[in-house]
Design a protein around this ligand. Structure first.
Ligand code: NAD
Ligand code: UDP
Length: 317
């Protein structure tokens, strides 16, 4: 019997870390998935297990150019997320955020699709309010080395809300906090993958600054649950909604956890702190709890186990 709930879902950035998990989950729910990616940071390996699926399709395409396809829902994830990669070509990063959003919103308008934006805790910048609630406007440097991403994502949020007000689009804005898990690239450059790869290879663990800055780490399965719940929530809920795990750790604590879990003899090496690195970050997830009944279920220790196992098998190849 035909699945009447089957939707045609577009995932931009679908070959990336979060996008590939999302594609897999959506296929598992019985939807048709179109993965659009220019493979800047995404890889074919991330989606190789999906290529034979009859309802999965991949299109190599850069979202800074218009896209003409017919879809019911759009998850807009295309954008390099690691500082190393988004600072490689900062002008392109702003274009991906802004032109990418305009193109995907235009597509949503034409097809009357519901559209979800993968926004970020970076819209809060180096926050004075802690933990961060959605009502906080943030403290972002507009001219620093992180600005291409932070301001690009802020402008994308503006565009989403203007399309909602002006063109009555059904929008959903998720503010994603640091997320980790299998399928991150070993050279991704973000802290969890860096520390695990360094520990497994017996190389020094590179702590930037003195390691007292904090982050709150969400396991990818929890995050994907949150994204899907937000997409499926009533039309009146536009967000922004924080999605992240509120358990907060210093970067030094993370290094120690990774060292003990991998039983590594790696030394800790302190390196200079990059510019505008936020001092602290932790989501207030009251809204996600109340409106989506969403709470992350995987603790840092539970989530690090499969992540370490993933990198061990990848690096053994
Ligand atoms: P990622 O770098 O693994 O994935 C991004 C994907 O977008 C990659 O597959 C990349 O090739 C693709 N992409 C980049 N530029 C593109 C373009 N011009 N056209 C088409 N595809 C393009 O990063 P991720 O961690 O999976 O992040 C996914 C999304 O979630 C991003 O929008 C990111 O800003 C957001 N986010 C992630 C985190 C996190 O901690 N992982 C936190 C906040 C927000
Ligand atoms: N960091 C670190 N060593 C690394 C990579 C990152 O100490 O090898 C620090 C980084 O300076 C920041 C934190 O870890 O304070 C999180 O960095 P990441 O790039 O993962 O994400 P973001 O800064 O965007 O939250």
């Amino acid at each position: 019997m035909a699945n009447l709930l089957k939707k045609k879902v577009l995932v931009t950035g679908g070959a990336g870390f979060i996008g590939s998990h999302l594609c897999e989950r959506l296929l598992g729910m019985g939807h048709e998935v179109l993965c659009v990616d220019n493979f800047f940071t995404g890889t074919r390996e991330n989606i190789v297990g999906l290529l034979e699926h009859p309802y999965f399709e991949v299109l190599r395409h850069d979202v800074t150019f218009p896209l003409y396809v017919e879809v019911d829902e759009i998850y807009n994830l295309a954008c390099p997320a690691s500082p190393v990669h988004y600072q490689f070509d900062p002008v392109q990063t702003t274009k991906v955020c802004v032109h990418g959003a305009i193109n995907m919103l235009g597509l949503a308008r034409r097809t009357k699709a519901k559209i979800l934006q993968a926004s970020t805790s970076e819209v809060y910048g180096d926050p004075e309010e802690h933990p961060q609630r959605e009502s906080y406007w943030g403290r972002v440097n507009p001219i620093g080395i992180r600005s291409c991403y932070d301001e690009g994502k802020r402008c994308a949020e503006t565009l989403f809300f203007d399309y909602h007000r002006q063109h009555k689009l059904q929008i959903k804005v998720a503010r994603i906090f640091n997320t980790y898990g299998p399928k991150m690239r070993p050279d991704d450059g973000r802290v969890v993958s860096n520390f695990i790869v360094q520990a497994i290879q017996g190389e020094p663990i590179t702590i930037y600054g003195d390691g007292s800055q904090t982050r709150a780490f969400c396991y990818v399965d929890d995050l994907v649950d949150g994204l899907i719940k937000l997409m499926e929530s009533p039309d009146t809920l536009t967000g922004p909604v924080n999605l992240g795990n509120p358990a907060e750790f210093t970067i030094k604590q993370l290094a120690e956890k990774v060292l003990s879990m991998t039983q590594s003899a790696s030394a800790i090496e302190f390196r200079p702190l990059p510019g505008d690195d936020p001092r602290q970050r932790r989501p207030d997830i009251t809204l996600a709890g109340e409106a989506l009944r969403w709470h992350p279920e995987v603790s840092l220790e539970q989530g690090l186990r499969p992540t370490v196992a993933y990198f061990r098998s990848l690096l053994a190849q």
